[in-house]
Ligand binder design. Structure first.
Ligand SMILES: NC(=O)c1ccc[n+]([C@@H]2O[C@H](COP(=O)([O-])OP(=O)(O)OC[C@H]3O[C@@H](n4cnc5c(N)ncnc54)[C@H](O)[C@@H]3O)[C@@H](O)[C@H]2O)c1
Length: 218
């Protein structure tokens, strides 16, 4: 099956791309940055998802993983929300399509983190539902993952700062973040194994949102 991954040069996108390749899929990656690796079944397109006209013609795709994103940049709405809309609208008519997955964020649920980033990711959840409704008659599953902390280079400044890391772990019930390989497990499961869940947002955040004890007593 042909898998389209945006943001394929970054931590999560690259791990997901390599996982799909290891399972025998063909992968097309789109990123503003160059390809992070080479593989006979991987085709890289340098394009900006914000710019619909720059998106390549890649034939029919089976899976779309809308993953490209920025955090606290000068255009998080463009990169994270408009970009995912551009990509989905362009490729969703593919006759082979079976699944679309959006990479939102735990901040879309909790309302925490950077204001515009949070708004861009919460917007993705509304668009995900709308897309799920439109694609349901074709039996295409459409879902989102909302991740808490992931060990990626993006987060090195906080992971490598002992004081900051201790403060983060204090409010993280499972006392860890997740690896990009674990994210790839979720991506593969939700897009290739799952055939019956659609329109859902899966919060994967080491218990930060649901388990944080806030009960105070004197
Ligand atoms: N790392 C985390 O802790 C975490 C947590 C929650 C959600 N996320 C989300 O996961 C996704 C991937 O994050 P990551 O940690 O791998 O970050 P990353 O910065 O390593 O990767 C993001 C990739 O997206 C690309 N990109 C950004 N804007 C683009 C655009 N307009 N067009 C094309 N490509 C573009 C970047 O060049 C980069 O390669 C993002 O959407 C991010 O918001 C990450």
């Amino acid at each position: 099956m042909k898998v389209l991954i945006t943001g394929s040069s970054g931590g999560i996108g690259s791990a997901a791309a390599q996982r799909f390749l290891s399972l025998g899929h063909e992968v097309c990656g789109i990123d503003i940055r160059p390809a992070p690796f080479s593989h006979p079944a991987y085709t890289h397109f340098t394009a900006d998802v914000k710019d619909a006209a720059s998106l390549p013609e890649i034939g029919s795709v089976g899976i779309i993983f809308n993953n490209a994103g920025t955090q606290n940049s000068d255009d998080d709405i463009g990169n994270n929300l408009k970009g995912a809309i551009n990509v989905t609208e362009k490729y969703m008519s593919s006759p082979d399509l079976v699944s679309v997955l959006f990479n939102a964020s735990a901040s879309a649920v909790s309302g925490q983190e950077f204001p515009v980033y949070t708004a861009s990711k919460a917007g993705l959840l509304g668009y995900m539902k709308n897309t799920a409704i439109r694609l349901a008659p074709r039996k295409v599953t459409v879902n989102a993952i909302s991740l808490g902390g992931v060990y990626t280079p993006l987060n090195d400044p906080v992971v490598n700062d002992p004081e900051c890391w201790e403060a983060i772990m204090k409010v993280t019930p499972l006392k860890k973040w997740m690896t990009v390989d674990e994210v790839a497990d979720w991506v593969v499961f939700l897009t290739t194994v799952n055939r019956s869940m659609s329109g859902q947002n899966v919060l994967i955040d080491n218990g930060e949102y649901e388990l944080n004890p806030t009960f105070v007593w004197k």
